[in-house]
Design a protein around this ligand. Structure first.
Ligand SMILES: *Cc1c(COP(=O)(O)O)cnc(C)c1O
Ligand code: SF4
Length: 359
């Protein structure tokens, strides 16, 4: 079954050329890019790219390698989030006391050209051995401050189902673990992989399981994705979404509004909009912070709170994530001033006083 599905994906530049996603003449100049960053695409995405139009162009920009990736900006780094510096055992990143990342494999259904882990993922990278996994569990077991385990990679839903189930079961049997998260692109990129077998694995999880899908454009939320998402939600899994702000993909307020509404209508709660990390060869996707903040503010003005995620920026050199927002309040001696969605300021007299509530 998994081999059959494997064949549904186009692998490498040759796969893209064979399917007509890339012209044969384009391949030679992209070989150096391919050698550095993995290339793969499910057949369903390839078909949509070939249909062309604005949607085809948007998908091509996200997934088809381009010569622009050969340019490396001076502040771009192979490990922009400093995963390595915070890795106590192989495959584990422990940056925040209460949360760890566990990266069981480095394979993805599709390789996004802007990926922040692009220098360290792909089929050539090893997956965790059973021994490595045991050491990761031992680390998590011995750190009682850990509440939340985030399975990431690569894409954990590319694991064989037995392996996935074994990992989820092992983690959920650790008493102090309250929640397991799976960060994945599979639902959007290759919804056919969300099989009954995978639903059975989700249903069997003894602790709350959150699936955090990665979705950057409203056109990624197809009818097939909506149906698959509904099946996931019926297993009791809570589905959240994360997006990356990307030049030429979603960097306008209308697209962001449609993206977040489309996600919410599919049962996906937008959880984060990420400012692009400084991974190598991604400068052509970059949106400045000032413009990013302005775009988010414009989109937010017309949206229900349910649809608006925080705008997350990674502090350089491992400083961690921070939610940026335009400040919408200030305080003077008479009152607080609160700004509404239209930009108008209103007095709020806090008669209770600054230390109200302290005992
Ligand atoms: C982003 C991230 C997390 C998760 O952070 P949340 O804000 O809880 O989603 C955990 N560990 C690392 C190293 C991260 O980069
Ligand atoms: S699916 Fe995620 S990890 Fe994989 S290439 Fe895309 S952004 Fe990177």
């Amino acid at each position: 079954m998994s081999n059959e599905r494997q064949e549904q994906a186009l692998i490498g530049l040759d796969g893209l050329v064979a399917e007509g996603v890339l012209a044969k003449e384009q391949a030679p100049s992209l070989r150096a890019i391919e050698a550095r960053y993995a290339v793969r695409m499910p057949r369903g995405i390839a078909q949509r790219i070939k249909q062309g139009g604005a949607i085809g162009a948007m998908l091509a920009k996200q997934y088809v390698p381009s010569l622009a990736e050969g340019y490396q900006d001076k502040d771009e780094e192979d490990d922009p989030t400093y995963d390595e510096a915070y890795s106590p055992v192989k495959g584990v990143v422990h940056r925040y006391p209460d949360r760890v990342l566990l990266k069981p494999l480095a394979v993805c259904p599709v390789y996004c050209r802007f990926c922040f882990r692009r220098a360290r993922i792909g089929p050539k990278e090893p997956m965790l051995s059973p021994d490595d996994l045991q050491q990761a569990y031992a680390y998590i077991r011995s750190h009682k401050e850990i509440f939340d385990v985030i399975l990431t990679g690569g894409d954990p839903l590319m694991l064989g189902l037995r392996r996935l189930e074994e990992i989820i079961t092992s983690l959920s049997s650790i008493e102090h673990i309250g929640v397991i998260r799976v960060h994945s692109r599979v639902l959007m990129a290759e919804p056919a992989r969300m099989t009954d077998g995978m639903m059975a694995v989700f249903s069997a999880c003894a602790k709350p399981l959150y699936l955090v899908v990665h979705c950057n454009h409203p056109a990624e939320v197809t009818q097939e994705v909506r149906v698959a998402c509904q099946r996931v939600r019926r297993t009791g899994v809570i589905v959240l979404g994360q997006s990356v702000l990307l030049k030429g993909i979603n960097d306008d307020p209308t697209t962001l509004v449609q993206l977040w509404r489309g996600m919410v209508a599919a049962g996906i709660k937008p959880y984060a909009l990420h400012h692009l990390d400084r991974a190598p060869g991604t400068a052509h996707f970059r949106v400045g912070l000032k413009r990013g903040l302005a775009l988010v503010e414009q989109a937010r003005a017309g949206l229900s709170g349910l649809c608006v995620p925080p705008f997350m920026v990674e502090i350089p050199r491992g400083g961690g994530k921070v939610a940026l927002q335009v400040s919408n309040y200030r305080q003077d001696k008479d009152a607080w001033w609160l700004q509404d969605a239209q930009g108008d300021w209103h007095a709020y007299v806090d008669s209770c006083g600054d230390s109200c509530g302290e005992s």
